[in-house]
Design a protein around this ligand. Structure first.
Ligand code: 9D3
Length: 274
């Protein structure tokens, strides 16, 4: 897989592309990344990449010509690539989109700065506009890294264990992950442990995980994943791959949540205090 990233701050990606799973993918040529800086496609003495918005108002806009030339330069080396503009106005990113894109020969990611880019660059060069969520960033670079990371780990041979990508949250079953534990079996109270430790056992490991009964362990994990998804992200359960028996377990949780003495669950969408 080949990635192109068009950015005014290519240095922001340097450490990212050198470390961890992505760093290994670069080193063993599972992925190739071309960084292209629009500033290197300016022709004026000041190397200008931004200008004031037509119509007035605050902030600056990325100029069309240097950005367009930078995108063209990347397209030249990746003629079959899909070109994505990262922006708050884009389609919200999902795991399904990352999976689809992992089958492409190339992806060109255009990161904006300032208030955004000249609309005519979008019309001429962009196949799809994508957001990574409803919060405000200062530019598209972090979003570009999110996509390089999320796609790279889905490529064959990039993750050590071939099941790891599929077993994740939002993998095959659409559930959140179960809790994880490692040694030591007993974790002493730490100095200044917070009130959060007051009501739970934060020292031991669930006995089932030490039992060596792999069938029972798989069952416990599945149950914990469903319970957690129900508690934290109930809206995910609608599209999760879940057996009939597990559907009944969820109905049971819903009944206990409604009329049980436990904490009330917020299940309604779009319910705010006003
Ligand atoms: C606060 C400024 N906003 C209102 C005038 C507009 C705005 C412009 C540019 C807000 C953010 C940005 C920069 N953001 C991105 O480039 C970006 C982004 C994001 O902010 N949130 C979620 N996904 C993305 S993808 C690119």
């Amino acid at each position: 897989m080949r990635f192109g990233v068009v950015t005014l701050f290519p240095e922001l990606l340097d450490a990212f592309l050198a470390a961890g799973v992505v760093g290994r993918a670069v080193k063993n040529s599972s992925i190739e990344v071309q960084l292209e800086n629009p500033r290197n496609h300016t022709v004026d003495g000041h190397r200008t990449v931004d200008d004031r918005p037509f119509g007035g108002g605050p902030g600056m806009v990325m100029k069309a010509e240097p950005l367009g030339r930078a995108i063209q330069a990347v397209k030249q080396s990746m003629p079959l690539a899909k070109t994505i503009y990262l922006s708050p106005q884009g389609r919200p990113l999902t795991q399904a989109m990352l999976r689809d894109w992992s089958k492409l020969p190339g992806i060109i990611l255009v990161a904006g700065r300032y208030e955004g880019i000249d609309e005519r660059v979008i019309q001429r060069h962009i196949d799809e506009e994508v957001s990574i969520g409803d919060y405000v960033l200062s530019g598209g670079e972090v979003a570009a890294m999110v996509i390089v990371d999320g796609v790279s780990r889905l490529l064959p041979g990039v993750l050590g264990h071939p099941d790891s990508a599929a077993e994740d949250s939002f993998g095959e079953d659409g559930l959140l992950d179960h809790p994880h534990y490692t040694r030591p079996e007993w974790l002493d109270d730490l100095e200044g442990a917070s009130d959060a430790t007051e009501h739970e056992d934060t020292r031991s490991v669930p006995a089932v995980l030490l039992s060596g009964d792999h069938k029972l362990i798989a069952q416990w994990r599945r149950d914990a994943a469903i319970k957690r998804t129900w508690e934290r992200r109930p809206e995910l359960l609608a599209n999760a791959t879940i057996s009939v028996a597990e559907r009944k377990q969820i109905e049971q949780l819903n009944r206990a949540g409604r009329d049980g003495a436990t904490e009330p669950q917020q299940v309604e969408k779009n319910e705010q205090d006003h």
